[in-house]
Design a protein around this ligand. Structure first.
Ligand SMILES: Nc1nc2c(c(=O)[nH]1)N[C@H]1C(S)=C(S)[C@@H](COP(=O)(O)OP(=O)(O)OC[C@H]3O[C@@H](n4cnc5c(=O)[nH]c(N)nc54)[C@H](O)[C@@H]3O)O[C@H]1N2
Ligand SMILES: Nc1nc2c(c(=O)[nH]1)N[C@H]1C(S)=C(S)[C@@H](COP(=O)(O)OP(=O)(O)OC[C@H]3O[C@@H](n4cnc5c(=O)[nH]c(N)nc54)[C@H](O)[C@@H]3O)O[C@H]1N2
Ligand code: SF4
Ligand SMILES: [Mo]
Length: 758
C-alpha cells in the first residue's frame, strides 16, 4: 500500500490532530511518511514535531503478543486466551463473592487517544460488581470539575479562536497544546494588536515569550495572585454588575470577601509587581471577551481547588460566559466530567472512598489516595485491580508505595500493549493491538461552536496473540455469565436484517431490561459490530452514543446537517462517522447555547462556595515557599517539553534532543552551585535522591527547578540488557502531598534540595 496516504490521528496529546500517513518498510509495518490531515475538522492540517516519531510507538520495544500469567517465582509464562479469560474471571468473581464487588478497583480506560476501552470496560465493571474507579483526570482535573459542578453543574472550555484576551494559568500550550492548532492560534493572538495574551507561570515559557503580560509568579503562590487579581476587579469596579445581577446567584459574599483581600501584600507574596497585576486585571475587566485555560501548573499545586475557583471568578465577575470568545459548554458525545449536575448546589453530598473517606468527584477516586485504599487492613480495602491503558506504577505519586500497593493486591490484571512498569507487577497481562491496529476514537472533543468526532480506521493487522479491548471485555462478561447466547439471539437476527430493524430490538430488549442494560456496550459490539464495515466493529458502542446524543442535543445535530424523522438523524450521523475517516462535525451551536446547559436549579451560576471562601480567608495567615530549610528549592516534577508524551513511547530514541531529560535551573542557582549545562547534580526530596544532568535555563527563576514528564522508563538496549533513561518523576513525589478538597497532587510543588556532584 506504500504510496497511498491513509487517514488517522496523533495519539500523543489530547488534541489528537488528524494525520495522513504512508506505510511501508519491513513487512509494510512501519510509518514511512506522516503529515497533518487538511481534512480533519479541528486540526486542519496542523501537526507539531512529535507525530513524526510515531513509528517508535507502533514498533516499540516491550510489545506483548500473548496473554501472560505470573508464576510463583515472579516470572511470566505465556498462556492461551481461553485460560487467561477463564482464570481472570474466576479470580475476580472469587474476590467479589468473598469481599464484595466494591473491593475490585478499575484504573485507566483511556490514554491520550484511545477512549473506547473506557466505554467497553463499563460492562466488565458491572459484571464484577465494581463500584470504584479512577484515571489520570483524578490527578489533574477533579478539583476544577468540583468547582464547575458547584458553580453551574457543567464543565466549561475557553474560546481561544475568537477571544480578545487569552489567559493561560499554569499552562504552556506552545509545548502541551490542549487547544486546536495551538502554535498557530498563539501566534495569531500575539500578532493582533487588538488582542492580548496573559500568562501566569513561574517560568518564562515559550508561551510567556509571546505574551503581552507575563505574571511570573513565585512557584506555588497562584492563590494569592489570583485573589489579588479578583480583588482589583472589585476595587476598581471592573465587574459586570448588571450581568451578575441577571445571571448569578449569591455573588455578594464573593465581592465582600474579595473586597477584604490586602492587594499589595498578596502581590508581594506572589512575587509579581502590583502595577503589573493591576494592568492585567484592567485588561481582563475591559475586554470584549476573555478565554481562560488553567492547567497542571495550578491543578497539581498547593491550593489547587481554591486556585480553580479564583480563576473561574475572574471570568464570572467579568461576564465572560455564553458569548463569542468567552467560556462555553460544548455539546459532548461522551462527558468525561460526568455527574457534575449532581453536585450543583451546596446541599449535594459527595460520595467518598471506603477507607480514607476522600471525595469521589465525577466518579473518580483521587489518584493520591489509592495507595491508602489498598495498604491497610480495613475490611473494604481494594483487593483486586484492573488497569487498562495506563501506567500507574509510573504516573501516580509515590512510586515506591504504589509498587508496594499493587503488589499487595490479591489480583492485578493489566490490559496494555507493552510490558510497562505496572504490567511487570501484574498477575495477568492481557495484550491488545496498538491504536493503529484497530479502530479507535477519542472523546477529547471539546470544540465549539462546531464539535467533531473521528472514528479512526485500523492501518495495520494486529499480530497473532492479541485481542482488542472490546473483545476482551465481551469475553470477560461472557465468562462471568453476564448474558447468554439466548439473550443475544434476537439482536443477532435483527442486525443481520438491517440497522433499521436492529433499533427497536436493541432499545426494546436491552435498554429496557435491567439485567442486560449494564452490558449494552459489549452487547452492541457482539451483535452490531459484525455488521459494520471491515475493521470497524469496535465502533459499535459509538452507535449507542450517537443515539444518546441525538436525544439530548437534537438542535445541535440538526444544525450540523443531520435531520430526519425518528431515528433518521442519528442513523445518518453514524453512517457519516463510518465513512469519514478524517472525522466529522457532529454538532453546531449558537454562541448562547451554553446557557441552556447550566444545570443549577434556577439556571443561574452559584457564585458563593462557602468551603472555598473560607480557604480564601485562610490565605492571610499562610506562608509562601516550601517552609522547610532542608528543602529550599521548589521542584516541578513533570514539565511538558517538545519530546515528552507521558509514557506512550517507551524507546528513548524517539527524542530528538535531551534524551536524558535535564533538570532545568536558573542561571543564578547554577552559578551558586557552580554547575553548568550537562553537569550532574544530586536532587533530593523527602522520598528519594537521584542524580540528574542540569540545563541552565533563562526560563527558570531562582529557587525553582523543573524535570520533564514521562521519563525514567526502562527498555532493552542494543545488547538486550534493560536500562533506565532519565528520572521517573514520581520516585520523588509523596502521596500525602495533595489538595485537601479534591485530593489532587502537588507534583509541581515538591520541596527539594540540590547539591553539585563532584
Ligand atoms: N509535549 C507534550 N505535550 C503534552 C503532554 C506531554 O506529555 N508532552 N501531555 C498532555 C497532558 S496528559 C496534559 S494533562 C497536558 C498538560 O499541559 P500543561 O499543564 O501545559 O503542562 P506542564 O508543562 O505540566 O505544566 C504547565 C506549566 O505549569 C507551570 N508551573 C509550574 N509551577 C507552577 C506554579 O506554581 N504556578 C503556575 N501558574 N504555573 C506553574 C510550569 O512552569 C509549566 O510551564 O499536556 C498534554 N500535552
Ligand atoms: N509527577 C508527575 N506525574 C504525572 C504528571 C506530571 O505532570 N507529574 N502528569 C500526569 C498526567 S496529566 C497524566 S495524563 C498521566 C498519564 O499517565 P497514565 O494515565 O498512566 O498514561 P500514559 O503514561 O499515557 O500510559 C498509557 C499506557 O497505555 C498503553 N497503551 C498505548 N496504547 C494502548 C492501547 O491501544 N491499548 C491499551 N490497552 N494500552 C495502550 C501504553 O503502553 C501505556 O502503558 O501522568 C500523570 N503523572
Ligand atoms: S499537538 Fe498533540 S495531537 Fe497534535 S500533533 Fe502534536 S502531539 Fe500530536
Ligand atoms: Mo494529563
Amino acid at each position: 500500500m506504500s504510496g497511498s496516504w491513509e487517514k488517522t490521528a496523533c495519539i500523543l496529546c489530547e488534541c489528537n490532530c488528524g494525520l495522513e500517513v504512508q506505510l511501508g518498510g519491513e513487512g509494510g509495518r512501519h510509518f514511512t511518511r506522516i503529515r497533518g490531515d487538511k481534512a480533519h475538522p479541528a486540526s486542519r492540517g496542523y501537526a507539531c514535531e512529535k507525530p513524526h516519531r510515531l513509528d517508535y510507538y507502533q514498533n516499540g520495544p516491550d510489545r506483548i503478543t500473548s496473554p501472560l500469567r505470573r508464576k510463583p517465582d515472579g516470572t511470566f509464562e505465556e498462556i492461551d486466551w481461553n485460560s487467561a479469560i477463564r482464570e481472570v474471571a474466576r479470580r475476580l468473581s472469587a474476590v467479589r463473592d468473598e469481599f464484595g464487588g466494591d473491593t475490585i478497583f478499575y484504573y485507566g480506560g483511556g490514554g491520550q487517544g484511545n477512549h473506547l476501552p473506557a466505554a467497553y470496560s463499563a460492562a466488565t465493571r458491572r459484571a464484577v460488581g465494581s463500584r470504584y474507579r479512577s484515571n489520570a483526570l483524578a490527578q489533574e482535573k477533579t478539583g476544577e470539575f468540583w468547582v464547575n459542578g458547584r458553580l453551574m453543574g457543567a464543565a466549561v472550555r475557553g474560546d481561544f479562536k475568537h477571544c480578545e484576551v487569552a489567559l493561560f494559568i499554569g499552562k504552556n500550550p506552545w509545548q502541551s497544546h490542549g487547544i486546536p492548532r495551538a502554535r498557530v492560534t498563539l501566534k495569531a493572538i500575539a500578532k493582533d494588536l487588538k488582542r492580548a495574551m496573559i500568562v501566569i507561570d513561574p517560568r518564562r515559557t515559550e508561551t510567556a515569550e509571546l505574551a503581552d503580560i507575563h505574571l511570573q509568579v513565585k512557584p506555588g503562590t497562584d492563590a494569592w495572585l489570583l485573589a489579588a487579581l479578583g480583588a482589583v476587579l472589585v476595587e476598581e469596579n471592573l465587574i459586570a454588575s448588571s450581568w451578575l445581577e441577571e445571571h448569578v446567584d449569591d455573588y455578594e459574599p464573593v465581592l465582600a470577601t474579595l473586597g477584604e483581600v490586602p492587594i499589595s501584600e498578596y502581590c508581594e507574596k506572589s512575587g509579581v509587581p502590583e502595577t503589573l497585576v493591576r494592568e492585567a486585571a484592567r485588561r481582563i475587566g475591559k475586554a470584549e471577551s476573555v478565554a481562560v485555560f488553567e492547567d497542571l501548573g495550578i491543578q497539581m499545586n498547593r491550593h489547587s481547588t481554591l486556585s480553580s475557583y479564583l480563576n473561574k471568578l475572574l471570568w464570572l465577575l467579568t461576564g465572560n460566559f455564553g458569548k463569542k470568545g468567552a467560556q462555553y459548554v460544548p455539546a459532548l458525545l461522551v462527558n468525561l466530567a460526568g455527574g457534575l449536575d449532581k453536585i450543583a448546589g451546596p446541599a449535594a453530598k459527595d460520595k467518598v472512598t471506603p477507607v480514607v473517606g476522600a471525595r469521589v468527584i465525577s466518579g473518580l477516586v483521587p489518584c493520591n489516595v489509592i495507595v491508602d485504599e489498598i495498604l491497610t487492613d480495613h475490611p473494604k480495602r481494594y483487593r483486586a485491580m484492573i488497569v487498562e491503558t495506563a501506567n500507574p506504577a509510573h504516573s501516580l505519586a509515590d512510586s515506591t508505595r504504589m509498587r508496594e500497593a499493587l503488589s499487595a493486591l490479591d489480583t492485578l490484571v493489566v490490559i496494555d500493549i507493552a510490558m510497562t512498569e505496572t504490567a511487570r507487577l501484574a498477575d495477568y497481562i492481557l495484550p491488545t493491538p496498538t491504536q493503529y491496529e484497530k479502530a479507535e476514537a477519542t472523546f477529547f472533543n471539546f470544540e465549539f461552536p462546531e464539535n467533531y468526532f473521528q472514528l479512526r480506521h485500523p492501518l495495520f493487522d494486529p499480530p497473532d496473540g492479541v485481542l482488542s479491548e472490546p473483545e476482551i471485555h465481551a469475553r470477560l462478561c461472557e465468562a462471568l455469565g453476564a448474558y447468554t447466547e439466548e439473550d443475544l439471539a434476537p439482536l443477532h437476527a435483527a442486525a443481520a436484517q438491517s440497522r433499521e430493524a436492529y433499533i427497536p430490538v436493541f432499545f426494546g430488549t436491552v435498554l429496557t431490561n435491567p439485567k442486560l442494560a449494564p452490558y449494552a456496550p459489549v452487547i452492541l459490539y457482539r451483535t452490531l459490530g459484525p455488521h459494520l464495515p471491515p475493521g470497524l466493529a469496535p465502533g459499535a458502542v459509538v452507535w449507542g452514543l450517537v443515539h444518546q446524543f441525538a436525544a439530548a442535543y437534537p438542535d445541535s445535530l440538526r444544525r450540523a446537517g443531520f435531520e430526519g424523522k425518528g431515528f433518521e438523524a442519528p442513523e445518518r450521523l453514524f453512517d457519516a462517522i463510518l465513512t469519514s475517516p478524517s472525522g466529522i462535525v457532529y454538532s453546531v451551536d449558537e454562541f448562547d447555547e451554553s446557557w441552556k446547559r447550566i444545570k443549577t436549579a434556577g439556571g443561574k451560576f452559584h457564585a458563593a462556595i462557602p468551603e472555598l471562601l473560607d480557604a480564601l480567608g485562610s490565605l492571610r495567615t499562610e506562608e509562601v515557599g516550601t517552609g522547610d530549610r532542608a528543602f529550599p528549592f521548589v521542584l516541578s516534577a513533570g514539565e511538558r517539553r517538545s519530546f515528552t508524551a507521558n509514557t506512550i513511547l517507551r524507546n528513548p530514541a524517539w527524542r530528538k534532543k535531551d534524551v536524558q531529560g535535564s533538570l532545568r535551573m536558573s542561571p543564578d542557582d547554577a552559578a551558586q552551585l557552580r554547575v553548568t549545562d550537562g553537569d550532574r547534580v544530586r536532587l533530593t526530596t523527602k522520598r528519594a535522591s537521584v542524580e540528574v544532568p542540569v540545563e541552565v535555563s533563562e526560563m527558570m527563576q531562582p529557587g525553582h527547578v523543573s524535570l520533564p514528564n514521562g521519563l525514567g522508563l526502562d527498555h532493552p538496549n542494543d545488547g538486550g540488557e534493560r536500562v533506565q533513561t532519565g528520572i521517573a518523576p514520581n520516585e520523588l513525589t509523596a502521596s500525602e502531598d495533595r489538595d485537601w478538597l479534591a485530593g489532587t497532587p502537588w507534583h509541581k510543588h515538591v520541596p527539594a534540595r540540590i547539591e553539585a556532584v563532584q
